[in-house]
Design a protein around this ligand. Structure first.
Ligand code: UD1
Length: 419
């Protein structure tokens, strides 16, 4: 199994190109199931999760053509199986996103209950309840969700909890339903808006994406379209933190500030100078040690849970004491134990971590436990004294495109080692 070997201490300086968003491309690839005609999705990142989604669609009979430059072309006319098998779904929770499109277009689906990141219990009850309210008959047997329906009908869906993939699944189901669906307490993440824009380009009638009330008027059929995936805001934030933690200067390109407002606000609070342009953001720490910043995660537009682990690493070497509260997922502090092995001073009480910044971390062999935890260990390794070896990096390959190449381009001493 590959590992990442990092020699800490290099001050990062340079520019890096941000890839398309993992959390936008996965629902949009699932949405291609709704298209009656070929579709082309561009700015697709090379990620393990994208390969998994393609495998999932391929096994159903979707034809997929990958062109390095143009992106992925899909065609659904050969679909023969309406099933997402456990062996694939267990490696990627987002596989659940095929449920809404399959039921809406084909009136049938069999989707394994997901596994995915080990970050607390992550149910899909709201996806199932919403589809039931739209007329689907759903049973859960042998670890599979089995759904059957005639044409779905519109409904007023009030989500108990703000759920990103839940909102996306129900929006994708509603676009082909008869009549009007209103999703209240909807997720407002930019990736939800990107999916809505893609569906609109396919002929859907959707209003309010990006607000907490999304209204969908069902249509009879959707076409294919050409669609460009929005930049990855979590990758954007992670590289800016890499700049801040190393006291360096990093410019991220092909991304923009309005999708990372809450993160930029926290980075400025660390003392970083942040400048933004139309399609770039530059952070300069001017060689200074970052100041500690308190934060609390919550659904967009508040501070993202997917940036919490990276800011835990940043605070671990910052000047001062920070309080970090995780409100989205339970059990999302698994990186803390590993950071402690590098000399970090962090105390976890329930869903809050108190981080006392230390002047220096020391390199150690550490183990990645989930996607964003892996990013935090790499960030810590960038500034730790000596050598850090990050094991189980298959987690990082699920969500970051060529992270070691991009960091090396900024001057980090990092390489992938087999073993
Ligand atoms: C998505 C993102 C993930 C991010 C998360 C929160 C994708 C592919 N993944 O995950 O990177 O960390 O949003 O921003 O976009 N919940 C329920 N019942 C449900 C669904 C969710 O109780 O039916 C709860 C979850 O347990 C969790 C909260 O809602 O506490 C938010 O989860 P959710 O937004 O659904 O996360 P994902 O969509 O899986």
């Amino acid at each position: 199994m590959d590992k990442l070997l990092i020699y800490g201490g290099a001050r990062l300086d340079g520019e890096v190109r941000i890839s398309g968003a993992k959390n936008a491309v996965l629902p949009i690839l699932a949405a291609t199931l709704l298209a009656d005609g070929p579709m082309r999705v561009a700015n697709v990142p090379h990620l393990h999760d994208v390969t998994t989604m393609m495998e999932l669609l391929g096994r159903m009979g979707v034809s997929l053509t990958v062109d390095e430059r143009m992106g992925i072309e899909t065609d659904t006319k050969g679909i023969h199986t309406l099933r997402a098998a456990y062996e694939l779904v267990k490696t990627m929770r987002a596989s659940i996103l095929v449920l809404g499109p399959l039921v809406a277009r084909f009136g049938e689906a069999e989707v394994s209950l997901p596994g995915g990141c080990a970050i607390g219990s992550r149910p899909v009850n709201l996806h199932v309840d919403g589809l039931r309210a739209m007329g689907a008959d759903i049973t859960v047997e042998g670890g599979y969700i089995r759904a059957k329906a005639g044409r779905l009908h519109g409904a007023r869906l009030v989500l108990d909890v703000i759920t990103v993939t839940g909102t996306e699944n129900l929006m994708m189901a509603a676009v082909l339903a008869e009549g009007r669906t209103i999703i209240e307490n909807a997720a407002r993440e930019p990736e939800v808006v990107d999916l809505a824009n893609c569906l609109i380009a396919m002929g859907a009638n959707i209003e309010g994406a990006g607000t907490d009330t999304i209204t969908i008027h069902g249509v009879e059929r959707l076409n294919g379209c050409d669609y460009d995936i929005l930049p990855d805001r979590i990758e954007t934030g992670t590289f800016l933190v890499a700049g801040a933690i190393s006291g360096g200067r990093v410019r991220v390109k092909r991304t923009y500030a309005s999708i990372v407002d809450s993160v930029l606000q926290k980075l400025r609070a660390t003392g970083a100078e942040v400048r933004v342009g139309e399609d770039w953001i530059e952070l300069d720490m001017h060689g200074e040690r970052p100041r500690a910043v308190d934060l609390q995660t919550a659904p967009y537009p508040a501070f993202p849970t997917d940036m919490q682990a990276q800011f835990t690493a940043l605070n671990a070497v910052a000047d001062g004491v920070a309080s970090i509260t995780e409100t989205v997922f339970e059990n999302r502090f698994m990186h803390v134990q590993e950071l402690q092995r590098m000399g970090a001073s962090i105390q976890v009480n329930g869903n809050t971590a108190i981080v006392r910044g230390v002047p220096e971390l020391t390199g150690a062999p550490v183990m990645a436990t989930d996607l964003r935890a892996s990013a935090s260990l790499i960030l810590a390794g960038l500034v730790a004294k000596g050598e850090t070896l990050v094991d189980r990096i298959y987690h990082i390959d699920r969500g970051y495109e060529c992270i070691e190449e991009k960091l090396a381009q900024l001057g980090a001493r990092i390489r992938r080692v087999a073993g």
